[in-house]
Ligand binder design. Structure first.
Ligand SMILES: CC(C)(COP(=O)(O)OP(=O)(O)OC[C@H]1O[C@@H](n2cnc3c(N)ncnc32)[C@H](O)[C@@H]1OP(=O)(O)O)[C@@H](O)C(=O)NCCC(=O)NCCS
Length: 157
């Protein structure tokens, strides 16, 4: 159950599943709707068989409301992406998904979570800031289309 600041229920129920083949086209569409170019069909398809890169999909009823990808190393997790479907933004779903990532890290005894974020991506930077991620580096011109620096963040769990 997801509640807003006044404790009103904004979404009854969210279930998180590992990515399935049937989700891939929906994810590509969600990214297209927001003009994001983060995941490709190949990346998503390969992740289904991968032991290191895993994508998880959040469903409310029959709708995908968001998803995230993480990459496992022995000592840390890298967040590859978190995306929330446009009409479900600002309902604390990304917060819910980040809590899920933290619980996966705890389950696997992993004490560090890294990620990169575009310098201009204030919604994402605010989100990670709320969770106590700290800036450790800047990767100059890391992103293309448009070229932009990446802020590297880490959270010690
Ligand atoms: C960034 C993103 C994942 C946030 O998802 P969300 O479900 O809307 O976020 P939440 O509702 O859980 O918000 C948590 C906090 O993030 C920050 N935040 C979220 N959206 C924001 C916005 N539009 N402007 C400013 N801060 C924002 C706020 O601090 C918010 O806390 P608050 O509601 O108490 O103010 C979503 O905007 C998204 O999908 N963006 C496009 C993809 C992307 O850029 N992903 C990150 C790649 S690393």
């Amino acid at each position: 159950m997801i509640q807003n600041k006044r404790n009103n229920v904004v979404l009854d129920y969210i279930s998180i599943y590992e990515l399935d083949k049937k989700d891939i086209d929906k994810i590509i569409l969600i990214e297209k709707e927001q003009n994001l170019k983060i995941s490709t069909k190949n990346i998503l398809t390969d992740s289904i068989k991968s032991n290191s890169d895993k994508y998880y999909v959040a469903y409310s009823s029959k709708d995908i409301v968001g998803y995230f990808g993480i990459s496992f190393s022995p000592d840390f997790i890298d967040i590859l992406t978190i995306v929330i479907k446009e009409e479900f933004k600002r309902k604390h779903i990304a917060t819910f998904l980040l809590k899920k990532i933290l619980s996966i890290a705890k389950e696997k005894n992993i004490a560090k979570i890294f990620l990169e974020v575009r310098e201009s991506n204030l919604p994402a930077r605010n989100l990670y800031n709320k969770f106590g991620f700290k800036q450790i580096n800047i990767r100059k011109s890391y992103y293309s289309n448009p070229i932009e620096d990446a802020i590297v963040l880490v959270k010690e769990c």
